[in-house]
Design a protein around this ligand. Sequence first.
Ligand code: FAQ
Length: 330
Amino acid sequence: MTSAPAEAAPDRRRAPDEAAPEEFQAAFDATIARRDRIEPRDWMPEGYRRTLVRQIAQHAHSEVIGMQPEGNWIGRAPSLRRKAILLAKVQDEAGHGLYLYSACETLGVSRAELTELLLSGRQKYSSIFNYPTLSYADVGTIGWLVDGAAIVNQVPLCRTSYGPYGRAMIRICKEESFHQRQGYELLMTMMRGTEAQREMVQESVNRFWWPSLMMFGPPDDKSPNSARSMAWGIKRNSNDELRQKFVDMTVPQADALGVTLPDPGLRWNEERGHYDFSEPDWDEFAAVISGNGPCNAQRLARRRAAHEEGAWVREAALAFANRSAGGGAA
Ligand code: FAQ
């Protein structure tokens, strides 16, 4: 958005109830209507800024916490090749977290504040990472279903209205596509193996199918943020639209793999041109996002411990930066 002169732009961090100058609001609305990008220097309504901070931070925390379920299998990967692939994938997730924290910092919050909000449980991360990884097949299933769902959700976010978020998403989506393929390839290899391996894959898919559908968030009529976020161009599609897209894309992949998706209500609907499927257990979803899922306590405790164990690295980096800037002895 370039119509408001930079020197006249008010502080983006004004009190939320302070009235916005009309011409800035009009310029903002026009940018959104053109489906153009809002950039960090541009004026934006406080609600828009807060919604972005909430969503981008939740997304960044998900990438960082999301390293734990798969990280659980690095030491037990069945071959050097599988170990190298898994290590690279988990490192990619850390990188995604960093791009997203950086995008969020352009909205006037610091990485330290965001970390504190995660560690104190005041900001969420994706429900999916509160489920355990009980077998090695889960590494493949996470790649196929969880990264698959992430891609369906995130490709439209490449066109989100906030520039730094959209640009981070472009790079992240490229890497997620690779993750999805490695998961599918791993499962395909196991399906060509022994009967015990095939059973392991099916058991894993049975556990991850419903939580993967929940990644898209509550149904549209129970999603308090969707309407506003779509009007602002932050979200480009509704939760239910993306969930349907994921199901339509995944059913043929499951057939090719030779696994059964655990939903007796799943069938092609000729009239709609989509698959019908059953409702996920929304009570389970509510419990997981309010901190009572199978692994919530474990995930946050591990993250807190890692943060404390890394304190010396942050202190050393700060001391080095101060010394390099001539700010005193390290
Ligand atoms: N988990 O009104 P809505 C990945 C919350 S991918 C937890 O519909 P919104 C890659 C929501 O925050 C995973 N909480 O909300 C990877 C809100 O609560 P609040 C991360 C959820 O924002 C793969 C409340 O419910 N991806 O990490 C969830 O309009 C493999 C009401 O919901 C993203 O974050 C949930 N599933 O729509 C890494 C994508 N769903 O904040 C490692 C970006 C909803 O008001 C390994 N985010 N809630 O207290 C989005 O697209 C949106 O934020 C949605 C939710 C669609 C997730």
